[in-house]
Ligand binder design. Structure first.
Ligand SMILES: [Zn+2]
Ligand SMILES: [Zn+2]
Length: 161
């Protein structure tokens, strides 16, 4: 049991380390300077496998970089976004979330705690071509979100209002 746990943990670390190495290579290829903070932001995003806000990233890293500000985190995220390593998910309330999984995937969002989880489903390309035909728009992308209550929140006793 214990051995199995250690094995899984090491495997997980290896996978994210490989992704980090690839991401660093992409940074180098783009001629972007790799500062310790930038490295840390990227590493945090890859390891967290969640969709944190800039504030959450800041809070997770401020112990390691006492001189870092939220603005620095935003700046680094903007750079990572520009070279396509990070995707920004805006929700119209200024609390953007950041996703380092840039492969095609959809999101399911918990209405109770706000958690965002990735799931894979064949890309709905026909929606894009239909939208183009019907509206004459030049479609760039689409976003699909599914809402509900996550496993953890379903187990909590119902909130009384
Ligand atoms: Zn939840
Ligand atoms: Zn995602």
């Amino acid at each position: 049991m214990l051995l199995n746990g250690i094995y899984l943990k090491e495997r997980w670390l290896t996978v994210s380390e490989e992704r980090l190495r690839e991401a660093i290579d992409t940074l180098k290829d783009s001629g972007v300077r790799i500062t310790p903070q930038r490295h840390a932001v990227l590493e945090y995003l890859l390891n967290a496998m969640v969709h944190p806000t800039a504030d959450e990233i800041y809070k997770a890293l401020e112990g390691k970089f006492p001189n870092m500000s939220v603005a620095t985190v935003y700046n680094n995220l903007r750079v990572l976004k520009e070279i396509g390593l990070v995707r920004e998910l805006t929700y119209g309330d200024s609390s953007s979330r950041f996703d380092c999984n840039t492969s095609d995937h959809y999101h399911i969002i918990c209405e109770a705690c706000g958690k965002i989880v990735d799931f894979h489903y064949p890309s709905l390309d026909e929606v894009e071509s239909l939208a183009e035909q019907v509206t004459g728009f030049d479609v760039s992308h689409h976003r699909l979100e599914v809402y509900g209550k996550c496993d953890g929140c379903q187990k909590l006793p119902a909130q009384k209002h």
